[in-house]
Design a protein around this ligand. Structure first.
Ligand code: EPZ
Length: 416
């Protein structure tokens, strides 16, 4: 399961280069199934989630090679439409392969992804939308048996701007007959990166970043070379590492526009922030200010994936901060671990009330999910004494060598 031992008290100071975005890499790797050609993709981080997606691509017949942070995926010889159950269950976001497989092969069998640590993670919006496009999806014995003679473009209204459902429809619609309109679409930057990838292989997608996305089905797709956008959540996490240790950091390879809601809240906490088109510099205040209201919302609202990191920061601020988690039903498990480090947090349903304390003390804590685990590392950086973060494998799903990266700017973390 792996663990990290963190000796707290060091300032995080220096420069870091941000890796490619996990939540962009995964749907784009799924999209490589569509063109039946060679796809060269740059700036892919070394993450366990990427390893799982690589296994899925190989399972359906793709040839996948990795050269450093570049991956070459040749999807010309697909030979299997059944996705191994253990792979879907290992990473629920692999459900986005569904739309790509239906688009390319017209059939697929995937296991129901099931929930995870942060909530039930239903896929009703995915299935409802794909059925509206003409897919026949049978749910049997925990599997989704999906067939689509020919997917037809149609007008889809998402009840919630689901990132995964938006991506699945974009992928299924790329080779469908006619025009698909997605209304109330997710507006995350990763959706725009997927649109750019699909257009680069010859698709016709427009509107990503807005609530309405238009996809005109095409017949033929081509090979591509594409570079993944920087990871706005990894960037935000490293900014908090500097803020919580009274340090200062300069991030390179970032798109500040993608983090505006996070930067806004870090300023509210007293941080001094300057940015150019591809760098962000943060200087921590001597005393962190409490944040009266931090509410997670779909992009461009405050990202749920930064909620736990900001909670860790608020445990050491002056005053009372209130967090409302509006996206996932069960995304406060990290709070109970922070209590073990001396934090003062009360959870009431979707609301967390954090009263700042003088300092945290090192303890043995357990990572229950990816971003909650990252929050425990951040708390350990600032805590007095040694913190042991267990189940660190959760964190490796979304952070490329987080210990090495933080040690390069002053942290003292040993990986076991
Ligand atoms: C993506 O998950 C991200 N994962 C998540 O990041 C992120 O937290 C989430 O979007 C929200 O921004 C990837 O991109 C791989 P949703 P996804 O569909 O697509 C409900 C991380 O830490 N919903 O936008 O699963 C759902 O239950 C991960 O990097 C339905 O009800 O998120 C949730 O409450 C965690 N029915 C809300 O919508 C559906 O059919 C948001 O889900 C689909 C979703």
């Amino acid at each position: 399961m792996g663990k990290l031992v963190i000796n707290g008290g060091n300032k995080i100071q220096g420069e870091m280069t941000v890796s490619g975005a996990k939540n962009s890499v995964l749907p784009i790797l799924a999209a490589t199934v569509l063109n039946g050609k060679v796809n060269v993709i740059h700036d892919i981080p070394q993450l366990s989630d990427v390893k799982v997606m690589t296994k899925i691509l190989r399972a359906v017949g793709c040839e996948v090679k990795r050269e450093g942070n570049t991956m070459i995926v040749d999807s010309s010889q697909l030979n299997n439409h059944k996705i191994p159950e253990e792979l879907i269950r290992e990473m629920r976001s692999s459900i986005v392969v569904l739309g790509a497989m239906l688009g390319r092969c017209g059939e697929t069998v995937v296991s129901y992804p099931g929930g995870c640590e942060i909530g039930p993670r239903p896929i009703d919006l995915h299935l409802k939308s794909l059925r509206e496009m003409g897919a026949i999806i049978e749910e049997k014995h925990g599997f989704l048996i999906c067939k689509s003679e020919n997917l037809k473009g149609c007008e889809i209204q998402l009840d919630f701007p689901s990132v995964g459902a938006t991506e699945n429809v974009m992928l299924a619609a790329t080779l469908a007959k006619g025009i698909t309109i997605i209304r109330n679409a997710a507006r995350e930057p990763e959706i725009a990166d997927l649109q750019n990838f699909i257009n680069a292989i010859g698709g016709k997608v427009s509107g990503a970043g807005s609530a309405t996305i238009r996809i005109e089905g095409v017949k033929e797709l081509q090979e591509v070379e594409h570079t993944i956008i920087p990871d706005r959540i990894v960037a935000g996490t490293y900014l908090v590492a500097a803020a919580i240790t009274k340090g200062d950091i300069t991030l390179k390879n970032v798109i500040p526009e993608h983090l505006q809601s996070t930067l806004y809240k870090l300023r509210e906490a007293g941080c001094r922030i300057l940015y150019t088109h591809d760098t962000i510099k943060l200087e921590a205040p001597q005393n962190l200010q409490a944040i009266e209201a931090l509410k997670t919302h779909p992009y461009p609202g405050f990202p749920t994936d930064m909620q736990s990191q900001m909670m860790a920061l608020m445990t050491l601020s002056d005053g009372i901060s209130i967090i409302t988690e509006n996206i996932f039903e069960n995304r406060y498990k990290h709070a109970y671990e922070l209590l073990r480090m001396g934090a003062n947090i009360k959870i009431d349903g979707r609301v967390a009330i954090i009263k700042g304390v003088e300092n945290l003390t090192g303890a043995t804590v357990s990572a229950n999910d990816l971003r909650g685990g990252a929050a425990l590392i951040l708390a350990g950086l600032a805590a007095k004494g040694t913190t042991i973060v267990e189940n660190a494998k959760h964190i490796e799903r979304g952070y490329d060598d987080i210990a090495g990266m933080l040690n390069s700017v002053g942290a003292d973390i040993i990986k076991f």
